[in-house]
Design a protein around this ligand. Structure first.
Ligand SMILES: Nc1nc2c(ncn2[C@@H]2O[C@H](COP(=O)(O)OP(=O)(O)OP(=O)(O)O)[C@@H](O)[C@H]2O)c(=O)[nH]1
Ligand SMILES: [Mg+2]
Length: 382
């Protein structure tokens, strides 16, 4: 970012950065924008800021809406199990039928539109872990502005993943409506290839891991981070990214949710999955809550899309833990040590690992060793 801004602009920027409320942020950002000289050198910056302003205004509108309409109780549900998965779809696609089949939850099933009014959670067993499924009120067009829409969208944003349930009689049309509604709310189902991942750390300065290409100046990135008060972070650059991608990552304007696409009622249309794949180019699993077909595939598929692994700890000469620790794919031994106990983390010497990530059982590995699903880890300290 250019540093040659007039002092008045810098002062307004400072007020903007320090603003606590949305109203204040909007006010000072407007002021800041009006004080930036309009020339080529500031073009990109003005573009970013204008987009940010539009977004802040939208947030304010949403905040007002939440305060005035739609009742005050939120849809939020306390997380339990390995992951919280919201089952979403249009009315009548079979969300309540599905949760009733897969968990012990009871949710009213009916062919009247908009039967489910409040979310209903239930636990689904998959091997030695459980997923928390949530049956939700139906998605509808224009939901962002609707009475329950914003509550449902915040439940979706807070979940770890989604089941997109489509009615097999018109899966393509239903899919397009859902994706559009989610996109309008900044929720995306595909992780961008070109992206920045920022993980804040407690020390170590700014560490940049470039696995792609940066198409802006590194000094601009450093300045942006400094402006936001970020002193310690691990930053991953994937694909070709520019300053805009950094701003997006910092402001989390887009929320990515892994989603499993299920096409229900295949008893009524056995060709639904092929029709869907041909039109949309995506894989889906065909199920029928009426006949039970396809339901047994859901657990494994969910596990896969979530990108998680199960790690079992073991004390030297002790038993293997019955309950796994659930961590993201790519987790290193040292991160497991940190989760188990700070003592193991601080005094880490090496670990012994049994399972898929090692060449032979009981192999000795260092702190950066990446674990795989089902691994058993024994941490040795100094
Ligand atoms: N033929 C057939 N009908 C199904 C299937 N699954 C659900 N249904 C029927 O579809 C209707 C709607 O099912 P629900 O489970 O209530 O749908 P929902 O998605 O929860 O609907 P809302 O709560 O309104 O959003 C009911 O009449 C179900 O019996 C299926 O696999 N095959
Ligand atoms: Mg329902």
């Amino acid at each position: 970012m250019p540093t040659n801004l007039p002092p008045q602009a810098r002062a307004a920027e400072k007020k903007y950065m320090e603003a606590k409320t949305l109203q204040e942020k909007i006010k000072y950002l407007q002021e800041f924008l009006s004080l930036i000289p309009e020339h080529k050198g500031t073009e990109k910056m003005r573009g970013h800021l204008r987009r940010r302003l539009a977004q802040l205004k939208k947030e304010l509108e949403e905040q007002k809406k939440r305060k005035t309409g739609g009742g005050d109780t939120s849809f939020s549900i306390k997380k339990e199990g390995a992951a919280q998965i919201a089952i979403i779809g249009l009315t009548g696609c079979g969300k309540s039928s599905l949760i009733t089949k897969l968990t012990n939850a009871k949710s009213e099933v009916s062919n009247h539109p908009f039967t489910t009014k409040d979310p209903v959670p239930g636990m689904m067993q998959y091997e030695d872990i459980q997923f928390q499924l949530i049956d939700t009120p139906a998605i509808y067009e224009g939901m962002e502005n609707g009475k329950w829409g914003s509550k449902l969208l915040s439940l979706i944003r807070n979940s770890d993943g989604l089941i997109l349930l489509l009615d097999g009689r018109n899966p393509v049309e239903q899919y397009n409506i859902i994706v559009n509604e989610l996109r309008n709310a900044g929720i995306i189902l595909e992780r961008k290839v070109n992206r920045v991942e920022i993980e804040l750390t407690s020390g170590g300065g700014i560490q940049i891991k470039c696995m792609g290409r940066l198409s802006c100046k590194i000094e601009d990135v450093r300045e942006l981070l400094k402006e936001r008060g970020i002193r310690n972070a691990i930053i991953k650059i994937l694909g070709e990214v520019d300053l805009e991608d950094f701003i997006e990552a910092l402001e989390q304007t887009k929320t990515y949710k892994p989603a499993l696409i299920l096409i229900n009622k295949i008893d009524l249309n056995p060709n639904a999955v092929e029709e869907f794949k041909k039109a949309i180019g995506k894989e889906a699993i065909g199920v029928s809550t009426a006949t039970g077909e396809g339901l047994s595939k859901i657990g494994e598929s969910l596990f896969k899309i979530l990108g998680i692994v199960r790690v079992y700890t073991k004390e030297p000469n002790g038993e293997i833990a019955k309950k796994p620790i659930i961590v993201p794919m790519g987790t290193k031994v040292i991160e497991i040590a940190k989760i188990v106990h700070s003592h193991l983390y601080k005094n880490f010497k090496y670990a012994k690992v049994w399972g898929k990530s090692v060449n032979y059982d009981g192999e000795r590995v260092g702190e950066d060793h990446v674990l795989m699903d089902g691994d058993v880890v024994e941490i040795r300290i100094k």
